[in-house]
Design a protein around this ligand. Structure first.
Ligand SMILES: Cc1ncc(COP(=O)(O)O)c(C=O)c1O
Length: 429
């Protein structure tokens, strides 16, 4: 079977042919290549076509595909026991590595995904302050978490919480502010004084284009939270161990009360984690009343892969080299007329239309028609990007300067074709 017929067969048995909707080519059209192998910076499809991979598993593959140390860790775990349902020495190694990288994380709990981590962190916050509400930001993605994806623009676009299948009350405790707009946060906190447990933010956004925080935005959130007695939660599922070893909080020098982790934490194995102030984390069962549990939480396969990934992330110079590579890429792409490039370190997004993205309202103006042509032109040139202008692409430590130059060259050609084929900006999803 080729990619096209495999995808058709998949779509008959699995909704949309994908096990997570991000992977569908809904925005760009066509059927995704069926990938069969990855190695380093490359992936191959059923037809044997090779692509330079800039999806990197949607963030986790900081060291690329099949890094020998990750492979070894997984093989060792497979041979020595994949699941004990009991504490292991590797969990201690990993907890030490994570708390060392994130000074604000005094204690940590490992779970199986980013969404699980966010869900648990919200519970801890609500229980600690005995308050019901969470403030989030328009366009920030935190995974499949009922009270978050049932609120705000995401829900509106889907026709409201009931259309989403969420329980009707799920969104009622969620307040939605504008990213990069402290005023909107201050207003909501003031009008719900005493009711808000936490402000939850992606410190750099990854699903409405890569949008950095304006200077002072994260510091301002910290101040507002302190003033209002509200907890500050950084969702660093994507930014953790990517924009710096210690995530956005290291890069921008702002301390969160609770932090959610995932993706690059475990180098491509399923895992998430949440942690923060010890007094808050001691509220988690069995030391405290906040229930959170899971059969596979801290399983040896993911944990041993994560220990390998975290040891590599601690190598001197790793993030400096990645930053240099990212600068080369962004400098080259920024020279291409008509192409919008935004990045923070090795996470970047490409688009057409607006001059600059500062929040979700800007992202809504992105020209998805032109992006669709651009995307397929890149694919035809052997460059595999996320199939959406809103989602972050990533570089890995295994990408080379030559590969980055190839991406720039391919993009210059692809942009030209895209702009010729779709004259005039068209915005919207
Ligand atoms: C910032 C952010 N938070 C949470 C999640 C959810 O993580 P997971 O897909 O592992 O549940 C994602 C996933 O894309 C993310 O980007």
């Amino acid at each position: 079977m080729d990619s096209a017929s495999t995808f058709r067969a998949l779509a008959e048995l699995i909704p949309g042919g994908v096990n997570s909707p991000f992977r569908a080519f809904g925005q760009v059209g066509g059927a995704p290549p069926i990938l069969v192998r990855g190695q380093g910076s490359r992936v191959w499809d059923l037809e044997g076509r090779e692509y330079l991979d800039l999806v990197c598993g949607w963030g986790p593959l900081l060291m690329g595909h099949c890094h020998p140390r990750i492979v070894q860790a997984v093989q060792e775990a497979a041979g020595e026991g994949t699941l004990f349902g009991a504490s292991t020495t590797w969990e201690l190694d990993l907890a030490r590595l994570v708390t060392e990288a994130f000074p604000s994380v005094e204690m940590v709990r490992f779970v199986n995904s980013g969404a699980e981590a966010v869900h648990a962190a919200l519970r801890v916050a609500r229980s600690a302050l005995a308050r019901p509400r969470i403030l989030k930001f328009e366009g920030c993605y935190h995974g499949h978490v009922e009270c978050l994806d049932a609120a705000g623009l995401e829900a509106e676009q889907a026709g409201g919480p009931l259309a989403l299948g969420a329980s009707p009350g799920a969104a009622s405790e969620t307040l939605v502010a504008r990213f990069n707009d402290l005023e909107s946060v201050a207003r909501l906190l003031a009008s719900h004084r005493g009711d808000v447990a936490a402000v939850l933010v992606e410190p750099v956004t990854g699903s409405m284009g890569v949008i950095p925080p304006r200077p002072g935005f994260l510091e301002g959130l910290r101040d507002l939270c302190d003033r209002e007695g509200v907890l500050l939660i950084f969702d660093e599922v994507l930014t953790g161990f990517r924009v710096a070893r210690g995530g956005a909080q290291e890069r921008y020098g702002v301390r969160a009360d609770l932090t959610c982790l995932g993706k690059a934490l475990s180098g491509g194995l399923p895992m998430g984690g949440y942690g923060g102030r010890a007094d808050l984390m001691r509220r988690v069962a069995p030391t405290g009343p906040v229930y959170q549990a899971g059969t596979y939480c801290g399983n040896p396969v993911s944990v041993r892969a994560a220990v390998a990934a975290m040891e590599m992330a601690a190598a001197p110079g790793l993030y400096e080299d990645l930053e240099t590579l990212a600068l080369r890429l962004v400098a080259g792409l920024s020279q291409i007329p008509g192409l919008l490039v935004q990045n923070v370190g090795s996470m970047f997004s490409l688009g057409f239309g607006p001059e600059r993205l500062e929040d979700h309202r800007d992202a809504e103006k992105l020209d998805t028609r032109t992006f669709a042509v651009f995307f397929h032109e890149m694919l035809a040139r052997g460059v595999y990007l996320p199939p959406s202008t809103f989602d972050a692409a990533c570089l890995a430590t295994v990408h080379t300067a030559q590969e980055v130059d190839r991406v720039i060259q391919a993009a210059a050609e692809a942009v030209q074709v895209a702009l010729e084929r779709t004259p005039g900006p068209e915005s919207g999803n």
